[in-house]
Design a protein around this ligand. Structure first.
Ligand SMILES: C[S@@+](CC[C@H](N)C(=O)[O-])C[C@H]1O[C@@H](n2cnc3c(N)ncnc32)[C@H](O)[C@@H]1O
Length: 1010
């Protein structure tokens, strides 16, 4: 019996939920434990597991209804989740008096703030609250006035409704009434998700289902599996990933006692560290102020310059407070002197340009004589920079790049009495250039660190590991700064503070406290390294960002360093009080060597993606590799880069086939797998399909969920990257297949799949888009193909590894492309059903492309995919724009008349071609040039350019087609009607004139008489 996910999946709703989860940056459940790249949305994992466990019945509509109920994604469940928003007044109460004054009026936010600015203020308030205060604020949510009742709510599109909803993971779950309906349909007796999962697992596997992920990364899959009651198994090659996954299950899911113990330990360590730092006197000055931020820059002394030149792409420090730094020379000194100035708004604008920058496009600019500049690359010298050694902490005197502190933000709390006689406490901040006392404090920091440095390295409280050479990302610090060890990426202040916290926190032998300490140090180093840029904000108080703002390890010319006060909020946050009681296991294993059996494998392999997990992960591992050994003696405390799956070449395919063969051999015959992967090019995944086929698996379904947020939003469907979820089962027999038998089967399967998706589409809230239908065609082809052990006697594994040049296709690829062709032809644009059969392939392509354009599709890849499906080789002549995310088709008036050629088989001579009218005829090589549709478009253009007089257009058609005109007239009219409607679609404004011309021409043709 197929499972629910093998027959359908609520793609549109799940995409909206995944998007919401992604958007909740600080509110995401697992991100508070630490950074990992490419975490999968928990809601997608939840839906996938339940979709694999829930059997499909004969009633697809009912199945869908019940499935949505389980996820609280049905209309009722969504309404129950509609808790609204926190009213502005409550944000005001939670804010500091300073923020209240600045951004709030008596009734709420001060007027004139944009919604983006309001969000920024809210996140600033949120960041300043502790866990209890946050929870309290959340209880104050209220439904907005515009949602008076359920009818108002249901009338909104799903994605919009979600703006007012809690995420499914943050509420109790389905209501008792919903459970009654779920149980009736499924024959279960469950009152919560865990019971349902247990009972469904029992039915299929005879026990609680065990879900495994061999590439567990940040832990989304095992964590969610365990949370909904499965036994969870997670493993990864990288111990940093292992630690994050372990912590998600055992700290976040560890229950109140564990969480309380962790929090207490964190607080105690911070108190002790703060006391020690205060005692050292390295973050306080004699004016009763404490440092809130230190800003450093690199400086160089190029040949011909008498002074060191401080480098920064901008000297704007705080846009909100209008603070900048300027530089002047000091007689008798090689060092320039920084000065902190407060400017007018106009002057600040100037600092936002490159005008005062001392590093522009890879060149050093002399701030005192801007006509002088030097190339940074040349300064590094032909032999490159001196390589720092293990005991280097700061640059040596002769090094090209020196480092210096140039600005400090000081803060102190003052209490005043306001007009009403109430005491008001606020923080007063100021920026200052460092003075002699500050320099002395810098020296003291270095001295304190030096005293401890070798002991701390030996005991693993600060990094001592080498940065591996030759990496994609790790080469950058080595080449551009000469930094060879991970500790070179940190200032002495950062090393001293992190080392102090590590010595204090890692004394405890309890596994969960050690794990929390390691993750904490990881978080601190992300938020406090020389790769943390300083961001001057217009709306907020300026501040430093984290190292992994992007997926790189690029050294900066100016950067920020945080004192301990500003690190407390960077610690790990255990945002949920969960008690995960199911059994779970986490291992550090190369996926090729796994020996654990699982009923369901859900994996998200590192497929052809740009993330170098082993390189980036080392940034964290360097801080706690020695502690990992103590807390998890059975783990390998090394990233083992040589075993990491990466790239997309032959090595990649071999490792993947080995891994998936291994996973297939570690699941029961009725087990299932899901392979997730995110890639913009829909064709790439056909390759992955082949790999999985060669691994002994057969595909049973594929769905794309929009999970990425680097977009304007999911409403438009543009720019959103989808995660393809491929559902697979074990191939238990290896029957031979034959190409000529396979084609008709593929055709039937594609049509069946598309018909069932069309039946599920919901009109106003479509579930599937064009990309989904195309993917479904691929999936249908894979479904048929992967049932066989070989095709025309050719072995799949052999085919996967066969060396081919770029233009040669395997039989397998040909079948898959044929499936796409069938899909393309099955999906007829609404309103063209009658004319479709008579159109040539290139005409169909043009119309289908217009169809997807009118529904907002702008990704060039989609237009190319369609072309593949219709067998059109060259689409450049049909595209107005071929931008990656801005593809559009030419309009009738946009086509050049030279792109026309005699219609094949037309009765009239070529005398009617535009050349007769004084234009040059084209050589006519492109098939579209000779198509009747192309001539019809020309007739529209003629109509539009004659002030909508239809006569020249009609005459053109008559001349061109001769007697054939009368046979084609009805078809022309229906095409013209379709094109006339195009101009009304959203975003199709450039069609408005041609659409009007098409409408008028259609009218004229209708009344035409011989
Ligand atoms: C795309 S990520 C997985 C992200 C994860 N699904 C999540 O939600 O956080 C891929 C993972 O594969 C791991 N990996 C790479 N090669 C591996 C191998 N040979 N064995 C096991 N894991 C490997 C990487 O360390 C990385 O964590």
């Amino acid at each position: 019996m197929p499972s629910f996910i093998e027959t359908q999946f609520p793609i549109a709703r799940l995409s909206a939920e995944s998007y919401k989860e992604r958007k909740a940056v600080s509110g995401q459940t697992l991100t508070g434990l630490g950074k990992w790249w490419g975490r999968k949305p928990l809601i997608l994992v939840r839906a996938s597991i339940l979709g694999m466990l829930m059997p499909a019945s004969a009633d697809q509509i009912k199945d869908r209804e019940i499935f949505l109920k389980i996820l609280t994604m049905d209309d009722e469940g969504t309404w129950n989740r509609c808790k609204g928003e926190i009213p502005a007044g409550h944000w005001r109460e939670a804010a500091s008096s300073e923020i209240q004054e600045e951004y709030f009026g008596a009734r709420g936010f001060r007027q004139g703030l944009t919604s983006e600015e309001k969000e920024e203020v809210k996140s600033q308030i949120w960041e300043s609250l502790d866990a209890d205060q946050r929870n309290e604020l959340l209880t104050l949510k209220k439904r907005p006035a515009e949602i008076r009742d359920r009818n108002d709510f249901d009338a909104m599109p799903y994605a919009e409704r979600l703006e007012y909803c809690e995420r499914p993971e943050n509420i109790e779950g389905p209501t008792a009434q919903a459970w009654a309906e779920i149980n009736t349909h499924l024959g279960t007796e469950a009152a919560n998700l865990q019971e349902l999962v247990g009972q469904l697992g029992q039915r299929t596997f005879g026990h609680t289902p065990r879900v495994g992920d061999s590439f567990c990364g940040g832990g989304s899959i095992p964590f969610e599996a365990a949370r909904i009651g499965c036994e969870a198994f997670g493993s990864d090659l990288n111990p940093v990933a292992g630690l994050l996954t372990w912590a998600s299950l055992n700290l976040l899911g560890g229950g109140v006692n564990v969480q309380t113990e962790v929090r207490r330990a964190q607080e105690a360590v911070f108190e002790l560290a703060d006391r020690q730092i205060t005692e050292w006197g390295i973050e306080h000055n004699d004016q009763g102020e404490r440092a809130e931020a230190y800003i450093y820059c690199v400086e160089v002394k190029p040949e011909g310059s008498n002074t060191y030149i401080p480098l920064a792409p901008s000297w704007l420090v705080d846009e909100h407070a209008k603070v900048v730094v300027s530089w002047s020379s000091v007689s008798g000194s090689e060092r320039m002197m920084p000065e902190v100035n407060i400017l007018s708004a106009d002057e600040v604008e100037e600092y936002k340009t490159k005008k005062h920058a001392t590093i522009v496009d890879g060149r050093v600019i002399d701030p005192l004589d801007r006509s002088r500049s030097w190339s940074i690359e040349a300064l590094r010298g032909v032999d490159g920079l001196r390589r720092w050694t293990r005991d280097d902490i700061v640059p040596r005197h002769q090094d090209v790049f020196q480092e210096r502190l140039y600005c400090i933000r000081w803060a102190k709390t003052v209490t005043t009495t306001n007009d009403l006689g109430n005491k008001v406490t606020r923080t007063v901040r100021r920026y200052a250039a460092p003075n002699a006392d500050d320099d002395a404090r810098e020296n003291k920091v270095l001295a304190l660190l030096k005293e401890r440095f070798s002991d701390w390295q030996r005991d693993g409280y600060i990094p001592s590991k080498i940065i591996p050479e030759g990496g994609d990302k790790t080469e950058e610090p080595i080449r551009t700064r000469g930094w060879t060890h991970w500790h070179h990426l940190f200032t002495p202040r950062q090393l001293l503070m992190h080392g102090l916290i590590a010595t204090l926190s890692m004394q405890n032998n309890k596994q969960h406290l050690m794990a929390a300490s390691m993750l904490n140090i990881g978080r601190l180093s992300d938020w406090n390294s020389k790769l943390c840029c300083w961001l001057s904000s217009k709306i907020q108080i300026a501040g430093g960002k984290n190292t992994f703002l992007n997926q790189a390890l690029n050294p900066l010319f100016n950067y920020s360093s945080r004192p301990i006060l500003m690190m407390e909020s960077a610690q790990i946050s255990l945002s949920k009080n969960l008690n995960i009681s199911s059994r779970n296991m986490v291992g550090i294993v190369d996926a090729r060597d796994l020996e654990t059996d699982c009923d369901l494998w859900i994996t998200d392999p590192p497929y052809a993606d740009a993330v170098n997990y082993h390189e980036l992960g080392d940034f964290f591992l360097a801080w706690y590799d020695k502690q990992v050994q103590k807390a998890f003696p059975e783990w390998t405390p090394d990233a083992r880069a040589e075993l990491a799956v990466r790239g997309d070449g032959e090595d990649f395919r071999r490792s993947m086939v080995e891994i998936y063969q291994n996973l297939a051999s570690h699941m029961p015959d009725n087990g299932m797998q899901m392979v997730m992967f995110t890639h913009q090019d829909p064709a790439v995944w056909a390759d992955l399909g082949m790999i999985l086929w060669a691994s002994g698996l057969k595909a049973t379904a594929a769905w794309t969920i929009s999970t990425e947020t680097e977009s304007v939003g999911i409403k438009k469907g543009n720019y959103v990257q989808g995660t393809v979820c491929l559902v697979l089962r074990k191939r238990t027999s290896n029957e031979p297949g034959f190409l000529d038998e396979v084609y008709p089967l593929v055709e039937d399967e594609v049509k069946r799949q598309i018909a069932s998706m069309q039946a599920l589409d919901e009109g106003a809230e479509p579930n599937f888009n064009d990309a989904d239908y195309q993917l479904a065609a691929y999936a249908a082809a894979l479904k048929v193909l992967t049932q066989y052990g070989n095709l025309d006697g050719k072995d799949v594994e052999h085919e996967v590894f066969a060396v081919r040049d770029r233009n040669t296709k395997s039989d397998f690829q040909t079948v898959i492309e044929r499936a796409l062709g069938i899909a393309c032809d099955t999906l007829i644009p609404r309103g063209l059903d009658h004319s479709w059969r008579d159109l040539t392939l290139v005409e169909r392509y043009y119309l289908r492309a217009l169809d997807i354009e009118s529904r907002g599709e702008r990704r060039k890849g989609m237009y190319e995919e369609l072309a593949r499906g219709f067998g059109v080789n060259d689409i450049r002549q049909l595209l107005k724009s071929d931008k990656a995310n801005g593809a559009r088709m030419l309009t009738p008036s946009g086509f050049a008349a030279t792109g026309l050629a005699s219609v094949e088989g037309a009765d009239a001579g070529s005398s009617s071609l535009p050349s007769r009218r004084g234009r040059a005829a084209a050589s006519g090589t492109h098939p579209f040039a000779t198509s009747p549709l192309r001539h019809l478009l020309f007739a529209i253009k003629e109509t539009a350019s004659s002030d909508n007089s239809p006569e020249p257009g009609r005459q053109y058609l008559r001349d061109t087609f001769g007697q054939g005109y009368w046979q084609k007239r009805e078809r022309f009219i229906s095409l013209l009607n379709w094109l006339a409607a195009l101009g009304n679609a959203e975003g199709m404004g450039e069609w408005s004139e041609d659409s009007e011309a098409a409408r008028i021409l259609a009218g004229r043709l209708r009344n035409d008489e011989a």
